[in-house]
Design a protein around this ligand. Structure first.
Ligand code: NOJ
Ligand code: NOJ
Length: 516
């Protein structure tokens, strides 16, 4: 197969060209659900393999790309995304760590350990490069968002610093250390020496950066606004928590002083997020990604980044996370954010108008006021990342509903949606005005099934806009629906893969529950 990047603007031709690869997924039956399920298994694998193709030393073997570097996209012009972003890389490698965990460290046909460990080693190198965000010595350089593919500095004007990078890196690397412990494995790459070495020389510096800078302005994940942002704050809080847990676990030895600093920063940031940040205010049901913009009347505050933040900051299998970290996936403000985004974007993007009279997922973009078209600024479009994230959120909500294994308290927005999706008679309020449905009843099953269908409808939208082989760019045009923006965007594959991973996890959980 030829992976050479398509020229921007060639998507239309690509979609119709007769020489499309023949290995892509083709429907095989007249049963739409069976076709959808088959496509899901094809696309899960295809997405994972497409991620690997964008990692130096794994699928990308060229002098131009450092081993362990994750490129954002192979597109070198219009737009030029042939760089490594700290954020995209950490989120991407997180998928590899999750894959390893899902397969009990038995990686089968993939060289995942070496990909993850070379990413860690590459991070060690990037951390130490003085750059336009600052020096290594002052640690300010850790806020640099973007590097050249050969792991040298990017010396052009950019929205910097971006303070989510070190946090996401801590989350990914500490998760890897945790699974090493879980499966009783050791670090393999000689240069990384040991888990303690990785902690002392990589993780700890990123934690120090967070401790000393979480309260400072920085650019958001969309690289546009210098302020305080919810996505950044939530990922920082999760990183601090992972840092505290690593120290508490037996693997890492740490001095008491640093532990105290971690805990103090965790408490301070947590209280800030909950009470003084303005991320959630009484008058507005949804989360406010960048409160300063709302205050200035420049934006509504609505942004898929808030949901992305909730997803990245919460391990839905951990009770601790949902208690200690604000805005877990089943929080009413998180669901309200989804509903508000859907209600805005189903009108905003013409390609969604066909769903106006149905209750279904729609194509989602980053935020209502977005004007980045993938190349320059004109009008914003739906993004694969945003649409997949909506699906992942709803799969995770259903996963939580099942793992609680007790009567579930639905939020008001969930109840409205459920009422639109299916007619449930015994969805009644208890004395406190809360809607509760008894676990395992017919209604309970009907509700969770309709929520899953709702999640699937976002994924099905993605299916409608990718090409026959399963390739994904960054965005799809809000009028024509054709792909636009950087092609083969690593993060698009990662976000779809992650949503599909949760689809599989929740299906398994439901099957076990219903058959037992
Ligand atoms: C490029 C950034 O990566 C993107 O997120 C942003 O929206 C545009 N620049 C704004 O011009
Ligand atoms: C633009 C996105 O806004 C940003 O989040 C991302 O890191 C870069 N593109 C690279 O994919």
């Amino acid at each position: 197969m030829d992976y050479s990047p398509l020229q921007a603007g060639a998507w239309l031709k690509w979609k119709f060209s007769s020489d499309q690869p023949k290995c892509g997924f083709k429907p095989v039956s007249d049963d739409p659900q069976a076709d959808f399920d088959l496509w899901i298994s094809y696309q899960t694998k295809f997405s994972f393999e497409s991620i690997l193709k964008n990692i130096g030393g794994v699928g990308l073997k060229s002098d131009e790309v450092a081993v362990g570097a994750v490129i954002a996209s192979p597109s070198r012009a219009k737009p030029d995304y042939f760089y490594q972003w700290v954020r995209d890389a950490a989120i991407t490698i997180q998928s590899l760590v999750e894959y390893l965990d899902d397969h009990q460290f038995n990686q089968g046909q993939y060289e995942l350990v070496s990909a993850i460990e070379s990413y860690i080693l590459n991070s060690h190198k990037l951390q130490r490069l003085d750059n336009l965000s600052g020096s290594w010595e002052s640690l300010d350089g850790l806020g640099e968002p973007k590097f050249l593919t050969n792991s040298t500095q990017f010396n052009e004007h950019w929205g910097r610093p971006q303070r989510d990078g070190p946090a996401l890196r801590v989350i990914t690397i500490s998760d890897y250390l945790k699974i090493l412990e879980k499966y009783d494995q050791a670090i393999s790459l000689p240069d990384l020496k040991s888990t303690q070495w990785v902690y002392d020389n990589i993780i700890k510096y990123d934690l120090m950066y967070i401790i000393t800078s979480w309260y400072k302005n920085g650019f958001d994940l969309w690289e546009e606004i210098d302020s305080i942002h919810l996505f950044t704050a939530l990922t920082q809080l999760k990183a601090l928590k992972n840092g505290i847990n690593l120290v508490n676990s037996l693997v890492i030895e740490e001095d008491l002083d640093f532990q105290t600093k971690l805990k103090e920063a965790f408490q301070a940031l947590r209280l800030f997020i909950l009470f003084s940040s303005g991320f959630k205010i009484e008058e507005i049901p949804y989360l406010i990604e960048t409160p300063s913009l709302l205050v200035q009347g420049k934006r509504s505050g609505l942004d898929i980044a808030s949901i992305l933040g909730s997803l990245r900051a919460h391990d839905v299998t951990s009770v601790d996370d949902s208690v200690e970290i604000p805005f877990p996936v089943n929080d009413s403000s998180v669901f309200s954010t989804l509903i508000a985004l859907v209600n805005d974007m189903k009108y905003r993007y013409p390609l969604n108008h066909k769903y106006l009279k149905t209750v279904s997922g729609v194509a989602l973009g980053r935020y209502p006021e977005d004007i980045y078209d993938g190349l320059g600024t004109s009008e914003g479009n739906p993004w694969f990342i945003a649409t997949a994230t909506a699906g992942e959120l709803v799969y995770k909500i259903v996963y939580q509903i099942y793992s609680i294994s007790g009567n579930y308290h639905f939020t008001n927005d969930q109840v409205s949606l459920i009422n639109e999706l299916s007619r449930i008679e015994d969805l009644t309020q208890n004395d406190h005005g809360v809607f509760v449905v008894e676990f395992g009843t017919e209604s309970f099953n009907l509700i969770t099934d309709s929520l899953l269908k709702y999640a699937d409808s976002f994924i099905d939208i993605i299916r409608g806009h990718i090409d026959d082989e399963g390739r994904m760019s960054e965005q799809f045009d809000k009028y024509s629906g054709f792909m636009t923006g950087a092609e083969d965007l690593t993060w698009s594959y990662g976000s779809l893969w992650s949503a599909l991973r949760w689809r599989e996890k929740v299906s398994k959980l439901i099957n076990t529950n219903r058959t037992s």
